[in-house]
Ligand binder design. Structure first.
Ligand SMILES: N[C@@H](CCC(=O)N[C@@H](CS)C(=O)NCC(=O)O)C(=O)O
Length: 219
């Protein structure tokens, strides 16, 4: 049986959603974050990095969401959720499959760190750290995020999906950056992103994946 090692409230939720869309049977092994939001050490027994998601099936262990998604599509997808190979939509899908973790998430992670570091610092250095890192946030991180958000909004503009006329792996991969950024900056001025979230939250498979994955702060 295919098993997803799933950390609560995490990007691993996407993999459960993908499996629900495909109707592939799977087990979920749930792990709870520690007080500092880290994965528990137990997860390092499954994969040395101790991050989630991790997939195990037939003695094989795969970490990294993009690789897991490619494995699932190759082994269980039967051509679904990937536009026709070689088409423009296909290359858009491959772009977003890599881009979601390779370029979009690092900016959001940076913003999270710029906020968290002062919050967790000893109180006597907090104001200095908050001022210095707040400046990095305003001068670098926020303009970078705006650049990415413009790319997403524009990409959704034609069909409402990230690659082609219907839901694909691109939308599933992009759902986590879109949800995370939405919580941070809101989409009042980005109607395509706002509608995208409404559309995916309405899907039966998305909702079923939430039931399997447990509480999720982004939906
Ligand atoms: N690029 C990796 C990121 C993996 C990752 O950082 N996962 C987070 C879950 S959102 C995690 O395990 N965090 C807990 C920790 O770092 O201890 C992927 O997409 O699989």
């Amino acid at each position: 049986m295919l098993t997803i090692h799933h950390l609560n409230n995490s990007r691993s939720q996407r993999v459960l959603w993908l499996l629900e869309e495909l109707g592939v049977p799977y087990d979920v092994k749930r792990y709870e974050r520690t007080k500092t939001m880290q994965a528990p050490d137990e997860l390092k027994r499954i994969h040395p990095l101790g991050k989630s998601p991790v997939l195990t099936e037939d003695g094989r262990t795969i970490a990294e969401t993009g690789a897991i998604v490619e494995y699932i599509l190759t082994r269980h997808g039967g051509g679904r959720l990937m536009p026709a190979p070689g088409s423009d939509s296909y290359w858009d899908a491959r772009h977003f499959l890599h881009y979601a973790e390779g370029s979009a998430m690092p900016v959001l992670f940076l913003m999270l760190m710029l906020q968290t570091i002062p919050e967790r610092a000893p109180f006597y250095v907090r104001p200095i750290l908050a001022a210095a890192l707040g400046r990095v946030d305003r001068m670098y991180a926020r303009p970078q995020l705006a650049l990415h958000l413009d790319h997403w909004e524009q990409s959704l503009g034609t069909t409402g999906w990230f690659a082609g006329p219907e839901l694909s792996v691109a939308d599933i991969m992009m759902s986590f950056p879109v949800e995370t950024a939405g919580k941070r900056v809101g989409y009042a001025e980005r109607p395509h992103l706002r509608d995208f979230l409404l559309r995916i939250h309405d899907r039966q498979a998305y909702r079923q994946a939430l039931k399997r994955g447990g509480p999720y702060a982004y939906a």
